[in-house]
Design a protein. Structure first.
Length: 84
């Protein structure tokens, strides 16, 4: 049975929710870490765990900032991603 990540954008979505959905549909956590390690950013920790909220189960991703981060505007974020 295929797995699907459904994004209900009218009610919003955040980066940690997207990462959790990707892990739920089969992305391996270590592959995620490797991909993020290829970006020129540091000063964060990433962890995930399976959680239940009532009848729903999901993967909750937590990103903890361990070092002050510079303010980045969209153009800077796009440049970082394009360079990776």
């Amino acid at each position: 049975m295929p797995r699907v990540a459904y994004f209900d954008c009218p009610s919003g979505v955040s980066g940690d929710m997207i990462l959790g959905a990707l892990l739920d549909v089969g992305l391996e956590g270590e592959r995620l870490r490797e991909a993020l390690a290829g970006l020129p950013i540091s000063g964060y920790e990433l962890r995930w765990e399976r959680v239940r909220k009532g009848p729903l189960a999901a993967t909750q991703v937590t990103v903890t900032v361990t070092r002050r981060q510079p303010e980045r505007h969209l153009a800077e974020v796009e440049a970082v991603l394009e360079a990776a």
